[in-house]
Design a binder for this molecule. Sequence first.
Ligand code: ZN
Length: 286
Amino acid sequence: MAIGDVSQPAGLAGYHYVDTGMYAVPEYGSVYLIDDDRPTLVDTGIGADIDRIFGLLDAAGVAPADLSCIAVTHVHLDHAGGVGRLLTECPNAEVYVHDIGVDHLADPSALWAGTKDAVGEQIQFYAEPKPVPEDRITGITDGDEIAIGDRTLRAHHAPGHAPHQVVFEVPEDDAVFTADAAGIYSPSTDSVHVTSPPPQFDLEQALADVSMLRDIDPEWLLYAHFGPAETEDRLATYADRLEAWVADVAECARTRATTRRWSSSSASRSRRRRRGPRRRLGRRSG
Ligand SMILES: [Zn+2]
């Protein structure tokens, strides 16, 4: 799929998604539209690629004034960066986000400052987010349901990636919008990768979130990065990858700590040598 293309998942009627071209990379950022009584966007992309979201609405035959619901999985700007911009063109859209994220959408200044610190030069791909009027935001929490017509979006809190994250289950279609709770899916290689962890990442909770998804046992995973896939063994694979990755990071940290201990202990040995005759050294720890 190329940047800007709009596609419909085979087997999921009423769903459309666009390749937003996030970070100028194809097949990395997807935004979904569900065409129901209340046309609904799930996530909004990074804000700079807003024209592609309007391309998605256009391809699905939904006028901006008819967009009714913007369901945001979490407030990280690659998911929620476009909300404020969309609302100026979509006067009847209401925004849903976890309670913890409401203030960040209403006043995105801290989010913008934090993102600039975190992403460095990649900030060139972002647009500064616009504040979202508070009277257009509904805070949601675990178990809340958003009725959009024939379907329901059921929120499940998934705070391992970020405390303000939910995944949205659509029970009528046996599908889940996975946000950043199920890793990154690459359709061209048909593989799942670990999402780079944000500052508030919590491994135990991230694994619990994958277990929660496995308990829902959906037929479809609708990845934010990137695109729809049948679940098959992808959640188990992701849990394995996550554990292996964390073990690697812990091993690296241990190696670094050992190297530090070793070099400080050899430095003190050479200081002792300079000071006087060689002494027997005790067994080095570690
Ligand atoms: Zn995120």
